[in-house]
Design a protein. Structure first.
Lengths: 386, 378
């Protein structure tokens, strides 16, 4: 079977009035690489008829840094620093997936304390990411205030990270065999304070944005992604779950200590923008629940199980591991030839697939809807190009 | 100088005894034109200078107010660095815009590109001229005031439309087309709402409309019709002003900056200033027609209360009413998200316009039957 790949040169415009009762002229317009709605250097080539979107063609490569290739020339510990720069809002989860695969490959054992802290950190990061996304979707829909509310609440979590990790965005915290350093003595107290602070704020989110009639008009029944399409596009995370597929690696293949905690997987019904919105708001509440169950029970122990000075040399073979970031499934594939650097380092990132369903679901809607749908997909651009 | 001293006398007298004789600056000039032409020119020059000062002060005040209000809505402080509580921030910004490079895109229609911001600011200046701020301060009191306001308001659309189209940028064009469709549609509703007050007051002249509300503001006196018309006008004028939730022509997250994407420096400042002055004009017109303009709040029968209310100078009444409406518009902007273009047009043609027509008929019946509270002063 051969697939004909359409290049940009093949694009032509139909004559005026070809598929419209009015005699209108279609036109191309570039949304991006510099555009406020694409949140980064994503370029969407749009074929428009007035305000109506006829076709969306994502053009990638504006922030390709060759992270996978650099990974082949870096030791396993060095790759940790690279993957922070993928989906910078899920930096800890990216650290974790590489550590997970390397630990599996090299047979490194971790202890309970490490797994507890990793899980708490990952959920904190999920909260941090979702609060930011909540602000951004408000801004994309034209309300600037939620953006700052989201940033205000995110700041709290960022401060907690800063205290323990030292960084606010690119964490470099989880590494093969454990963590970079132990948690700060204030960590437990401040995390609890944050949860108490955040719970009423999530209700405030509902009051300010979820319940707003204009928001609902802009999201409900718009950009419907059916479950079949969601699966065939390979979408994961809240985008897939909003289409009614309860696929969450935290539940299906529990890693860390997710097996020990009670939480529900938020699932949507219609797969429209509204479902993608509300699934994330529900996930925030679930994350709070997960952290609450773990925060008081962090066991004693070491934060590292192997010596940092020792180079990690997994035996020859192919290794794969995946976990659930704030945006979906991130997979890490490593081919080892027994040396201290991977022979092949590949990442399956969630945003690439999540972006591509835009080409189908945004068709036929207005430009404003395209912005809303793209925002409801919660795309982070550096994760697409790698 | 007799005219001026009598003006001063009237002014002081007006403040103390609350006896107003509305005389616009243009009327004063016309009165003395025959025998003291230089004094007439002086009056006109004074009026224009005051109007320009008014424009700048209101523009800067509103920009500062908007930034401060937005800041406090968003858990931050707004401008704080330049001057006390950032009071000089607007001046610093103006200076920055003045010295900025003024870019005209290479393939833009240069004449129209330059003309557009001028048209936009001219429309607002013309509308500002007839706002009856106080009985003794109104630049010109035309006898077709309400029609004049809607007429010059339409020139502003021309500025936006030309500006977006001449920029030769597809995003600008989209913004301009949205602006054209939106402002022209919502003007219908706004005018219908104003017509109701014209019916009640029996005049198109703004000063007469204000005087007709001496016994009570039209929003109360006209049973439901006034309240419905007030809210129709508020929604329609928000749309005409391109402010959230109807800021589609700008739509910064969709169209980068809409019609003024290609504008920079002072030309951008003109559009910006025009938007803020328009907000003031719309609020002032709403306050004048529905909330009694500079007329104090009166309750029939409560003489002591009425005396206290009358002791407050009319300028303060006008400023408070207008300021309240402006605050409401800012509150909208920093709370609501944006509608979509078809939802926006649906709101106008399927909801506001029918409501406006029914309301107009209802108001006409009320007047025919004489059912409103308190009669119109003869």
């Amino acid at each position: 079977m051969s697939v004909k790949v359409k290049t940009l040169d093949d694009l032509t415009l139909p004559p005026p009035g070809a598929d419209s009762p009015l005699s209108t002229q279609e036109y191309f317009i570039n949304m991006g690489p510099q555009h406020p709605a694409t949140h980064g250097v994503l370029r969407l080539l749009l074929r428009l008829d007035g305000e109506n979107v006829r076709e969306v063609i994502p053009v990638l490569g504006y922030i390709h840094r060759g992270i996978e290739k650099i990974g082949e020339n870096s030791s396993y510990r060095q790759t940790i620093h690279l993957v922070d720069r993928l989906d910078y809002l899920s930096a800890l989860m990216n650290n974790w997936v590489v550590s997970m695969v390397v630990e599996r490959a090299a047979g490194i054992e971790t202890n309970d304390r490490i797994e507890y802290i990793r899980t708490i950190m990952a959920e904190l990061q999920r909260l941090q990411s979702h609060t930011l996304w909540w602000g951004v979707i408000g801004m994309d829909l034209g309300a600037f205030t939620p953006f700052l509310y989201g940033f205000r609440d995110r700041e709290y979590a960022t401060d907690i990270f800063e205290e323990t990790i030292g960084a606010r965005l690119t964490m470099n915290y989880i590494q093969p065999g454990g963590l970079m350093n132990d948690i700060h003595p204030n960590f437990v107290k401040r995390t609890k304070e944050f949860l108490e602070y955040l719970k009423p704020k999530i209700d405030e989110y509902d009051e300010l944005v979820s319940g707003n009639a204009i928001i609902q008009k802009r999201l409900v029944n718009i950009g419907i992604l059916s479950a079949e399409d969601a699966i065939s596009f390979g979408t994961t995370g809240p985008v897939l779950r909003a289409s009614g597929v309860p696929y969450d690696l935290r539940k299906i293949e529990p890693y860390g200590v997710y097996g020990k905690v009670e939480f529900d997987v938020a699932v949507g019904q219609a797969g429209d923008s509204w479902d993608r919105y509300i699934v994330r708001v529900m996930e925030m509440r679930e994350s709070v629940k997960i952290i609450e169950q773990l925060i008081d029970n962090i066991p004693e122990g070491d934060y590292m199980t192997v010596k940092v000075a020792k180079a990690i040399k997994p035996p020859e073979g192919r290794y794969y591991g995946h976990l659930e970031t704030a945006r979906g499934v991130i997979g890490c594939f490593i081919v080892s030839d027994g040396k201290d650097k991977p022979y092949r380092f590949h990442l399956r990132t969630p945003n690439f697939n999540n972006l591509w369903c835009l080409t189908k679901i945004a068709k036929g809607w207005k430009i404003a809807d395209l912005v809303a749908i793209a925002s409801s997909l919660d795309i982070v651009i550096p994760d697409i190009d790698r | 100088m007799t005219a001026f001293s009598s003006f001063l006398f009237n002014y002081l007298n007006g403040v103390t005894a609350n006896v107003y004789e509305p005389v616009s600056v243009a009327t004063r000039a016309a009165e003395v034109w025959a025998h003291e032409p230089w004094l007439a020119i002086g009056w006109l020059a004074l009026g224009m200078a005051v109007m320009l000062g008014f424009l700048v002060v209101i523009g800067m005040g509103l920009i500062y107010g908007e930034r401060k209000i937005a800041g406090h809505f968003q858990c931050r402080l707004g401008p704080m660095r330049v001057g006390w509580h950032g009071l000089l921030q607007v001046i610093a910004d103006t200076l920055k815009l003045l010295v900025k490079e003024d870019v005209v895109p290479a393939k833009a229609d240069k004449v129209l590109h330059v003309l557009a911001p001028v048209l936009a600011i001219m429309a607002t200046l013309l509308a500002l001229a007839i706002v009856p701020a106080t009985p003794w301060f109104q630049l010109i009191d035309v006898n077709i005031g309400v029609i004049y306001v809607t007429a010059v308001g339409s020139i502003g659309v021309l500025g936006v439309l030309i500006g977006g189209w001449s920029s030769n940028n597809k995003w600008s064009l989209l913004g301009a087309m949205r602006a054209g469709a939106q402002i022209i549609s919502y003007e219908v509703s706004a005018t219908l709402a104003l017509l109701i007050i014209v019916l009640f007051a029996g005049s198109l002249q703004l000063s007469t409309i204000v005087e007709s509300q001496a016994d009570g503001w039209w929003i109360w006196r006209s049973h439901l019709a006034g309240i419905v018309a007030f809210f129709t006008f508020l929604i329609a004028s928000t749309a005409e002003l391109n402010r959230t939730p109807f800021d589609l022509p700008e739509g910064e997250s969709e169209l980068t900056a809409g019609f003024h994407t290609e504008y920079s420096g002072m030309r951008f400042a003109f559009f910006f200033l025009a938007e803020f002055i328009n907000m003031f004009v719309a609020s002032a017109i709403a306050a004048t027609l529905f909330l009694g303009g500079w007329m104090p709040f009166q309750i029939a029968g409560l003489d002591g209360f009425n005396a206290v209310m009358q002791a407050i100078p009319p300028g303060v009444w006008f400023a408070v009413k207008t300021g309240g409406l402006i605050f409401l518009l800012m509150w909208f902007r920093w709370t609501f998200p944006r509608l979509r273009i078809d939802q926006l047009m649906g709101l106008e043609w399927k909801f506001l316009l029918p409501v406006g027509f029914v309301n107009l008929l209802f108001a006409a019946v009320l007047i025919l039957m004489g059912w409103y509270f308190a009669p119109i002063p003869a």
